[in-house]
Design a protein around this ligand. Structure first.
Ligand SMILES: *Cc1c(COP(=O)(O)O)cnc(C)c1O
Length: 407
C-alpha cells in the first residue's frame, strides 16, 4: 500500500477525527508546536466574548458572585484533576508554572526542616532550575543536580525535595514517576513533578504513584491560550501542613472579612495569591473542557500513532536523522526531537513551508504532535517537507539563518 493510501486509511479510522474541526487552525498550516502553544478551540472566542460583554460589561462587580468568577480557580482545577490522576480538591488553577514552582518548592522545604537540598537534573526546563535560585539566595535551599542515571543514588538525608519534569521538554523522554517517587520517599524526601509537557497528552496518575506536589502549564496541550494560568497540585495528606510563602489575600481563609492578620485557607485554595485572572481562566476552561471531553487515554493512543507514523514516513523518504527522543513511543511524550547542526535554519525553512515546529538551542529540531487536532495527512506531509528541505539543502538560504528572539 502506498503512503498516500495508508494515510487516508489512518485518517478514516481515527476516532478523534471529529474533534479536529473543534479547533480553529489556519489553512495550509501544519502545526507541530502544540507542545509550546496549544491551538485555539473554536469555542474560545464566544466564551471570551460572553465573559467580556456580558459578565464584565453588564454584570460588572456582581459577576464575582453571579457568573461564578470567585470559585473559577477551584472549578477549573477540579476539571484538570482527572487528567492527572488527582482528586478535584487537590488541584487549583492559578498563577504561572514558575510562580507555582516557587510556592511548592518553598512549601516542601518547610515540611522537611533540617534538609535544604532540592535535587533535580541538569537540563531540566530552565525556569524549574531558576526558581530554586531565589530560595538559595535567601539561604533556604541548596540546589543539587544529578544525571538521570544517578538521581536515585544521589537521594540522601539532606534532600528535602526531588523536583523533575515528567516529559523532558527537549528530548521528550519520560521519567518513571512511580519508581522515582518511591525512591525519594524512601530517602525521606518529597517529590514535585512538573507536568507541563504531560497534561493533556500523556496519562498521569499522581494519586497512584503517591506524588506529593505537581505543577503544570495551561497553554500547551490544555489549549488555554498564550500565558494561560497554570495549575498546582498538593496531595490531600499534605493539606494540613501546607504553608506557602506568597501569602496574598485570595489565599486567606476569609478574604472578604478583611482581617489584618493572615490565616491560610485550609486546602489548595491557600495557593492562590492575588485576584484570579478571570479572562485568562475563561479561555483556559474552554481548553480544559475540550481536552477532558476527548479524554487523555484516547489522546495518548493517537499521540503515539502520530509520532510513530512520522518516523515511518520519514524513513520511507530515505532520510535518516539523529532522533534524540526515545524510539519507544511509550517512553516519550507527544514529541519527536532531532539533533542536527543546522536545526535552526531547517526549522525556519519548514516554517516558511507552513510546517510549524520549533528549535531548542543549541541543535534540536523539536516537532510536537498534539493529538487533538492533527490529521495523519498532516504528518505525512510534514515528513515530506522535512525530507525536501534536507535533500534540497533549502536551509542554506540566508533568510533562514537569521535568529529571531523567540525560537
Ligand atoms: C512550558 C514550561 C514551563 C512554563 O513556565 P511559565 O511560568 O509558564 O513560563 C515550566 N516548566 C516546564 C517544564 C515547561 O515545559
Amino acid at each position: 500500500m502506498s503512503l498516500a493510501e495508508r494515510t487516508r486509511e489512518l485518517d478514516a479510522a481515527d476516532p478523534l477525527a471529529p474533534f479536529i474541526d473543534r479547533f480553529d487552525l489556519p489553512e495550509r498550516v501544519i502545526y507541530l508546536d502544540g507542545n509550546s502553544l496549544g491551538a485555539l478551540p473554536r469555542a474560545t472566542m464566544p466564551a471570551m466574548e460572553r465573559a467580556v460583554r456580558e459578565e464584565w460589561g453588564k454584570g460588572l462587580i456582581r459577576s464575582w458572585n453571579d457568573a461564578g468568577w470567585f470559585d473559577m480557580a477551584q472549578r477549573i482545577g477540579g476539571k484538570i484533576a482527572p487528567l492527572i490522576g488527582a482528586a478535584p480538591s487537590e488541584v487549583i488553577a492559578c498563577d504561572s508554572t514558575s510562580v507555582n514552582l516557587f510556592k511548592l518548592i518553598s512549601a516542601a522545604l518547610d515540611m522537611r526542616p533540617g534538609r535544604k537540598v532540592v535535587l533535580s537534573e541538569p537540563g531540566n526546563f530552565p525556569t524549574d532550575l531558576y526558581m530554586v535560585a531565589g530560595l538559595e539566595r535567601q539561604g533556604l535551599a541548596v540546589r543539587r543536580l544529578a544525571s538521570r542515571e544517578e538521581l536515585a543514588g544521589t537521594l540522601d538525608e539532606d534532600v528535602a525535595l526531588l523536583m523533575l519534569t515528567h516529559v523532558h521538554y527537549k528530548t521528550g523522554a519520560l521519567h518513571d514517576m512511580r519508581a522515582l517517587t518511591k525512591a525519594a520517599h524512601q530517602a525521606g524526601a518529597l517529590v514535585l513533578w512538573d507536568l507541563s509537557h504531560s497534561t493533556g497528552a500523556v496519562p498521569v496518575d499522581l494519586g497512584g504513584v503517591n506524588a506529593d506536589f505537581a505543577v503544570g502549564c495551561g497553554y500547551k496541550y490544555l489549549c488555554g491560550g498564550p500565558g494561560a494560568p497554570a495549575f498546582a497540585y498538593v496531595a490531600e495528606r499534605h493539606h494540613a501542613d501546607l504553608a506557602q510563602p506568597l501569602t496574598g489575600w485570595f489565599g486567606h481563609a476569609a478574604p472578604f472579612d478583611f482581617f489584618d492578620d493572615y490565616e491560610a485557607a485550609p486546602g489548595v485554595e491557600q495557593l492562590l495569591c492575588g485576584t484570579s485572572p478571570v479572562l485568562g481562566l475563561t479561555a483556559l476552561e474552554v481548553g480544559v473542557d475540550l481536552i477532558a471531553e476527548i479524554g487523555v487515554e484516547r489522546l495518548h493512543a493517537k499521540s503515539r500513532a502520530l509520532s510513530g507514523f512520522f518516523l515511518k514516513s520519514l524513513a520511507e523518504s530515505g532520510i535518516a536523522l539523529d532522533l534524540v527522543s526515545p524510539s519507544d513511543s511509550l517512553a516519550r511524550g507527544s514529541q519527536l526531537s532531532f539533533r542536527h547542526e543546522q536545526a535552526y535554519p531547517i526549522c525556519q525553512a519548514l516554517i516558511a513551508r507552513g510546517v510549524i515546529g520549533d528549535f531548542r538551542a543549541p541543535d534540536i529540531l523539536r516537532l510536537g504532535f498534539a493529538p487533538a487536532y492533527l490529521r495523519f495527512a498532516d504528518i505525512s506531509e510534514a515528513a515530506r517537507h522535512l525530507a525536501e528541505v534536507l535533500t534540497g539543502e533549502e536551509w542554506r538560504r540566508d533568510e533562514f539563518n537569521r535568529r529571531a528572539a523567540v525560537t
